[in-house]
Design a protein around this ligand. Structure first.
Ligand SMILES: Cc1ncc(COP(=O)(O)O)c(C=O)c1O
Length: 463
């Protein structure tokens, strides 16, 4: 046990009581600091341990004021209750928890239906810890499919420089050349012509993002697919598309039903999404679905029998909590199509309203307006010289708002933006409070002689 003095000492056993059985004792707790580097010798009463850890966690930010993250920060109490009931279930143990496995299967079916899979019996999919793992699995399938073509040369993956870091990780970990198409002028994401220019016979696939982490814009998946159709006609190269729908695959089906970005396009081989983003579940759950078994080579799927039954598994990790999968199924049962539409529309309405109000302030220029993902990016207007986006981010943080400022990737690294992610639970009322705070601090920022924050130490929050 570590006392405030820094000395390690056995805890004071009051009246010889056993701390394993003890109750809360604030006076006792006040003399303690929890271990930082090694285990203490003795146990603490459960209530004291709870109080110590809970007190430290007070220093974490307020998740509801976090406009940086895409990840769910609010669920209904009923969902929390369900998750608490499922914390002890191991997702991988499908033999012991067959009904959790069944809920996972139903979620995959529901997603495949939302994404217009042409043959529901042919699809194959699974839950993951998030989109990053889902993207790794999808990328591995693309690479394996390419390697079966027997081509020599180094495999490459074509994508915009605006991809989330998980794709760069995938390329590094699985030895695939990342062909990152740079931004150019006001083109902030991948487009069909530049995607095709970067392809060759060793391209394992093209990643199209719905929508971009940097500014919330949808990449033109249908145009990219059509350009690849034309490329195949010219060259014979049959290059599949993977859609990284980390956020948008749970927005577009409800708010943009006419937009063709999914399995309606025959070239789309696989799609991922984050259940814990606009799937409206607490972290961490993601999903990946393949169009058919041709898109997921069978040798990547392992069958294990040591948990009782004979179970197929395709995942990077093994044990994983089942609670998030149950919570995902809960949101599907609870909301239905219309409920999802209403929730996502509310987020889009707030995003567009807030973007409009920020534009009306006069000191900012919008790059996106929140009309695709409920996300928008903005920068300072050209005539603003006293402050920059990093100053705005820092000052908003003083009020508890987390609005990240970051620079864009090549070839627009000189462009720095602020980004606001509107999620379920971020209401018009909170948006108005944010505008009030921003309006209040702008005159102070304008009195600065010049921007004062070093971008190198600013937040760069890209997930
Ligand atoms: C487009 C995109 N892909 C992948 C990811 C990674 O998602 P996760 O945090 O679920 O692993 C993100 C996260 O923001 C993203 O925006």
């Amino acid at each position: 046990m570590v006392l405030h003095s820094g000395k390690t000492k056995r805890p004071h056993r009051r009246g010889g009581s056993n701390p394993l059985n003890g109750g809360a004792d604030p006076a006792f707790a006040a003399t303690l600091t929890p271990p930082h580097h090694k285990l203490a010798e003795d146990p603490l009463p459960a209530d004291t341990a709870l109080q110590l850890v809970r007190d430290e966690l007070m220093l974490d930010g307020n998740a509801r004021l976090n406009l940086a993250t895409f990840v769910t920060t609010w669920m209904e109490p009923q969902a929390r209750e369900l998750m608490a009931e499922c914390v002890d279930k191991n997702m991988i143990d499908k033999d012991e928890y067959p009904q959790t496995a069944e809920l996972e299967r139903r979620c995959v079916n529901i997603l495949a239906d939302l994404w217009h899979a042409p043959d529901p019996d042919a699809i194959i999919g699974c839950s993951t810890t998030g989109s990053s793992e889902a993207c790794m699995l999808a990328g591995m399938a693309l690479k394996r499919r390419w390697s079966k073509l027997g081509r020599s040369g180094r495999p490459n993956l074509v994508m915009g420089a605006n991809v989330q870091v998980c794709w760069e990780k995938f390329c590094e970990y699985w030895e695939v050349e990342p062909r990152l198409v740079p931004m150019e002028g006001d083109r902030f994401h991948l487009t069909a012509d530049v995607a095709v220019e970067h392809c060759d016979e060793n391209t394992i696939g093209v990643v199209a993002i719905l929508g971009s982490t940097f500014d919330g814009s949808y990449e033109p998946v249908a145009e990219i697919a059509a350009a690849l159709d034309a490329l195949q006609e010219r060259t014979g190269w049959d290059i599949p598309v993977h859609v990284d729908g980390a956020s948008g695959a749970m927005i577009a089906p409800f708010l943009d039903p006419e937009l063709e970005w999914d399995f309606r396009l025959p070239r789309v081989a696989s799609i991922n999404t984050s259940g814990h983003k606009y799937g409206l579940v607490y972290p961490g759950v993601g999903w990946v679905v393949w169009r058919d078994r041709d898109a997921l080579p069978s040798e990547l799927v392992f069958n294990v029998n040591y948990l009782g039954g004979d179970m197929p598994t395709f995942a990077l990790n093994f044990s994983r909590p089942g609670a998030e999968v149950a919570a995902q199924y809960y949101t599907f049962v609870r909301l239905g199509r219309e409920g999802f539409r209403a929730v996502q529309q509310a987020s889009r309405d707030v995003a567009m309203h807030l973007a409009g109000r920020i534009e009306a302030l006069g000191q900012f220029r919008l790059l996106t307006r929140g009309d695709q993902l409920p996300v928008f990016a903005f920068t300072t207007a050209p005539d603003v010289t006293a402050f920059d986006v990093f100053d705005v981010s820092r000052r908003l943080r003083e009020r508890g708002w987390l609005v990240p400022a970051y620079t864009f990737p090549p070839n627009r690294t000189e462009l720095a933006v602020l980004r606001v992610v509107c999620r379920n639970g971020f209401t018009h009322d909170l948006a108005d409070l944010l505008i009030e705070d921003l309006t209040r601090l702008l005159p102070e920022l304008e009195r600065q002689p010049r921007p004062i924050v070093d971008p190198a130490v600013s937040t760069a929050f890209h997930h």
